[in-house]
Ligand binder design. Structure first.
Ligand SMILES: NC(=O)c1ccc[n+]([C@@H]2O[C@H](COP(=O)([O-])OP(=O)(O)OC[C@H]3O[C@@H](n4cnc5c(N)ncnc54)[C@H](OP(=O)(O)O)[C@@H]3O)[C@@H](O)[C@H]2O)c1
Length: 361
């Protein structure tokens, strides 16, 4: 890969695409030429962040001509249709969607956990689900110390995880309830045909908690949701360990940004909360905020917009021989999506730069 890259963002106007643009500018990613694409309705708009600026172009084969890195964040179907086209034109695809995550030829990478897997890519690299990323960042260092046997995770996922329209839906429902003083939001929402046609969530999300993610898909045969299956399968793939048993319940909460997770871990070997705090505090990308006496622990509202994953409430699970409970919070748009994808790209480009330097010697 060249020193400065030609980069395309597919899905640049979405929640993830806009954050990608912001972080590429913030981290001064070495860009030669930037191309932006979205659906037809956005063609002609201009996006700007810091020193980076671009006009939205139609998604065609030509968009990928000469591109080194193609970030895909326009949904599964767009990735399935276009990622191989980008690879054909010589680009490395970093895919934020679920289209290829479990394909055996596609590395699924969180750089702090399994950057090594990048060596085996064949043009497409997947970035994991926004709930899986913070989970494996916490599990990996604890596993290296005490061998994880079983994990029970319950997620509390923000609405931004469902895209821009979902944020608007939460805001509108909240306003309806507060400004218009509609007491029975459930009645109002389910009896408005227009609202139900355009609705993202199957139940009101304002002042509610919905145990179904994603909201649009049918439940799987055994009544798990797709998101729960993703967390379970992706964790096994990234940890490269099929023997770790994972059980997941994924829940949407009326929070703008930041996914929280309650995690129960059973280990094969002893580990104290103090040791876990020490290990996690030293692990890249993690910050421990855990002082019960001072009521200090991470919350989504406090930690949204930050790069790290935050861990607290680390305590003994009294029901098993070696077990811990903990609470984690990570910004689903940053580390859960855009930042992780950019870190993958940085890894590829710095590796390439190092290779170039050693060739010149
Ligand atoms: N949000 C998260 O926390 C998160 C985290 C991890 C992964 N992801 C994944 O990332 C992807 C994007 O999520 P998002 O939350 O950013 O969604 P979003 O806010 O709904 O944005 C979707 C983007 O895709 C574009 N798009 C839609 N249909 C298209 C088409 N046919 N051709 C080209 N572009 C098209 C949209 O363009 P227009 O604006 O023109 O419609 C927009 O730029 C999804 O696969 C999601 O599962 C999201």
């Amino acid at each position: 890969m060249k020193h400065k890259c030609n980069v395309v963002i597919v899905g640049a106007t979405g929640v993830v695409g806009l954050e990608l643009l912001k972080i590429l500018a913030q981290r001064r990613f070495p860009i030669n030429e930037l191309r932006l694409t979205a659906s037809d309705r956005s063609i002609g708009r201009t996006l700007k962040s810091g020193h980076l600026k671009g006009n939205l172009q139609r998604l065609t084969e030509e968009v990928f001509d000469g591109v080194d890195i193609a970030f895909f964040c326009a949904g599964n179907s767009v990735s399935r249709e276009w990622a191989h086209v980008a690879v054909k034109y010589g680009a490395v695809v970093i895919d934020k969607t679920g289209a290829f995550r479990m394909d055996k030829d596609v590395p699924l990478v969180v750089p702090e956990v399994n950057a090594d897997a990048l060596r085996y890519h064949k043009g497409i690299i997947s970035s994991p689900n926004c709930s899986t990323i913070p989970l494996v960042m916490v599990l990996k260092p604890l596993h290296d110390y005490a061998r994880v046997k079983r994990v029970i995770v319950s997620t509390y996922q923000s609405v931004s995880g469902a895209g821009l329209k979902a944020i608007t839906e939460m805001e509108q429902q909240t306003l309806m309830r507060l400004k218009l003083q509609i007491p029975n939001l459930k009645f109002q929402i389910s009896h408005s045909p227009r609202a139900s046609r355009n609705r993202i969530f199957p139940y009101p999300i304002a002042f509610n908690v919905i145990p179904q993610i994603p909201q649009s898909n049918a439940f799987c045969a055994d009544d798990y949701t797709d998101e729960e299956v993703k967390v379970i399968n992706e964790t096994g793939k990234i940890m490269n360990n099929k023997s770790i048993r994972v059980s997941a319940t994924c829940v949407r909460v009326p929070v703008y940004h930041g996914h929280s997770e309650s995690v129960n871990i059973e280990f094969a070997r002893p580990i104290t909360p103090a040791k876990a705090r020490q290990i996690l505090a030293k692990s890249p990308g993690l910050k421990v905020i855990d002082n019960p006496a001072r009521q200090l622990y991470p919350t989504a509202a406090e930690e949204a917009g930050k790069d790290d994953v935050f861990v607290g409430r680390i305590r003994v699970d009294r029901t098993v021989k070696h077990g811990l409970n903990l609470w984690l919070v990570g910004d689903n748009i940053r580390k859960g999506a855009a930042l992780n994808a950019i870190q993958i790209a940085e890894y590829l480009t710095t590796k390439a730069q190092r290779a170039l330097r050693s060739q010149r010697k």
